[in-house]
Design a protein around this ligand. Structure first.
Ligand SMILES: [Ca+2]
Ligand SMILES: [Ca+2]
Length: 129
């Protein structure tokens, strides 16, 4: 049995997690790389082969594109398959959320055609839901 102080401490921790999730969605889901519990994983090759880039949405300091050297160096125009683990994501051919866009939810997309972009073309990605 928790005392009142402990109860509110746990409750507060829960609310903080929810707030982050909602904020990530509402802010357009800026992204960061390398988290141990990724929302999305990009793969260099089709069928989830080659190098992988783990992506999470964040309401903190993040990035918009894969062509920013500070975060996604080496991942512009490289993706050939994608796993979406949670959330709803927009995928863009170009930077600054431009170019043809596709939207994908949870699923394994083993070819560029499956995730709705040309091969080795993905530049922008953001969480919208
Ligand atoms: Ca590739
Ligand atoms: Ca591109």
């Amino acid at each position: 049995m928790l005392n009142t102080k402990e109860y509110f401490k746990q409750l507060d921790a829960t609310l903080t997690v929810i707030d982050d999730e909602v904020a990530a969605t509402c802010s357009g889901g800026r992204i960061y790389f390398g988290g141990s519990d990724p929302d999305v994983i990009l793969f260099e090759d089709k069928n989830f082969g080659g190098a992988a880039l783990r992506i999470n949405a964040t309401n903190g300091a993040g990035d918009d594109n894969l062509d920013n050297a500070a975060f996604g160096s080496g991942w512009n125009n490289r993706t050939s398959s994608i796993k979406v683990i949670r959330g709803e994501w927009q995928l863009f051919r170009d930077g600054n959320f431009k170019g043809p866009v596709s939207v994908r939810r949870k699923g394994n997309y083993k070819t560029p055609r499956a995730f709705g972009q040309a091969d080795n073309a993905l530049t922008g990605i953001r969480r919208i839901g």
